[in-house]
Write a protein that binds this ligand. Structure first.
Ligand SMILES: [Zn+2]
Length: 154
């Protein structure tokens, strides 16, 4: 899944949750969801986040490899613990965690899959999905942007 699709998936999810009243509707919350949706790829120095935080990205990539620990249930548990630990007053942290989870879901939809059981290297792949940067992915991207624009109009 491409970075723009990850980003829009994270923001769209946060927007949907805010529409349901489960998440604060604010720019910091949506920005945190967008950042969280790019964060797992910090294990790739060529990624959007990896290029900016190269001093974290390069060591993580060398130690764990791309789609390693940052794409695992260990990361999900750590992120979920962060959510559970929050009282709701720090909505941006919750949004960041939600964005993070949408990234893993997004990668799960691609043939490369996600090593949920890392350090076991087995990759889990959704039975229904699409190739990265395929027509299907781009249709999903445009559809989510349309939903966002519609949602933001109120
Ligand atoms: Zn990824």
């Amino acid at each position: 899944m491409m970075a723009p699709t990850h980003f829009v998936f994270g923001v769209t999810t946060a927007l949907g949750l805010s529409q349901l009243g489960w998440l604060e509707a604010s720019i910091p919350v949506f920005a945190a969801a967008g950042f969280g949706s790019l964060l797992p790829d910090i294990d790739h120095p060529g990624s959007v986040v990896g290029r900016r935080l190269w001093f974290v990205s390069i060591p993580v990539a060398m130690i764990f490899g791309h789609r390693g620990i940052t794409h695992s249930l260990i990361a999900v548990v750590a992120i979920s613990a962060a959510i559970a630990w929050q009282t709701g007053s720090q909505q941006w942290i919750v949004a960041l965690a939600i964005g993070y989870l949408t990234h893993l879901m997004g990668d799960w939809l691609t043939p490369s899959g996600v090593p949920f059981l890392w350090p076991n290297r087995r990759k889990f792949v959704s039975p229904i999905g699409f190739k990265t940067n395929s027509i299907a992915e781009n249709i999903c991207l445009v559809a989510m942007i349309a939903v966002d624009v519609y949602g933001l109009r109120g």
